[in-house]
Design a protein around this ligand. Structure first.
Ligand code: ATP
Ligand code: MG
Length: 244
């Protein structure tokens, strides 16, 4: 048991969830490495939602609001860290959820669907794998026809760069959550929220409940500028660290 008073309580709880997820067969072992990379970037941000990430969450809400067929793609890490929050977001945005895995096994897909159903999710897609994302080798390209394949907007937290680029080539709008503003995923997406999924997902839901001129937000959205702002934030924070 980690005491709540521990200064790194939240970060340690996330580690526990990932580690438990591996033991239960929900998270692939490489998910631990991906989480570690994420943690390092979260440290650089100060483990909070920085202003450009909040702007990106508003843009993500705009794309979800305007979508005809929005799909939230959930993998092992996203499910164990923010499964409940993804379900709430799907309900608010009228989006579907698809379990879609980089290291796909039918067993892990089934386990994750069950995990999300136990957290309150309904009609979770992903088992059928009756379509393919062109350009990706066999298992990595499998997806649901009703879900990712036919979606116009896909929210893919913690996605791999190749798969993000393949979804873009299919003509989709891709929204991602990635703590690393330098990753290929971050650079390929239409909207990149440089924030931890545990903060970013509920933040999108919060913004969806607000009133905004959604069309205007989409029109004015400049993802490269947002990524640049994130990198400047990190640089400024580091260069003045002992002056704060
Ligand atoms: P790319 O393939 O896009 O260049 P990568 O190979 O570095 O990136 P992957 O290992 O494919 O990245 O995916 C993990 C990504 O998810 C990392 O960029 C990491 O920073 C990010 N990440 C890990 N945990 C979280 C989290 N909890 N919230 C947000 N992002 C996270
Ligand atoms: Mg990668």
């Amino acid at each position: 048991m980690i005491p709540k008073s521990h200064p790194r309580y939240e970060s340690l709880m996330m580690r526990e969830k990932i580690s438990e997820g591996v033991k239960k067969g929900l998270v692939h072992e490489t998910g631990m490495i991906a989480h570690g990379r994420g943690e390092a970037f979260d440290y650089l941000l100060g483990e909070k939602t920085i202003p450009p990430a909040d702007n990106a969450a508003v843009a993500a809400a705009a794309y979800l609001k305007k979508a005809k067929n929005a799909v939230i793609s959930v993998n092992g890490n996203a499910a164990v860290l923010s499964g409940r929050e993804c379900i709430e977001l799907a309900e608010t945005a009228n989006a579907k959820i698809e379990v879609n895995l980089f290291h796909r096994t039918e067993e892990r897909v089934k386990k994750l669907i069950k995990f999300l159903e136990e957290a309150g999710g309904v009609d979770i897609l992903g088992r059928e794998a009756d379509a393919r994302i062109p350009g990706l080798e066999h298992d990595r390209g499998k997806c649901s026809r009703e879900g990712i394949y036919s979606a116009d907007v896909v929210l893919v937290p913690l996605e791999d760069g190749d798969r993000c680029e393949a979804l873009k080539k299919m003509g989709k709008r891709v929204v991602t959550v990635d703590l690393n503003p330098l990753s290929r995923t971050a650079r390929a997406a239409d909207v990149t929220i440089v924030d931890n999924v545990v903060r970013a997902i509920p933040n999108i839901t919060k913004h969806l409940h607000e009133k905004h001129d959604w069309d205007k937000i989409i029109q004015n959205w400049d993802n490269r500028k947002c990524l640049q702002d994130c990198m400047e934030y990190i640089s400024r924070r580091l260069s003045s660290f002992y002056e704060l």
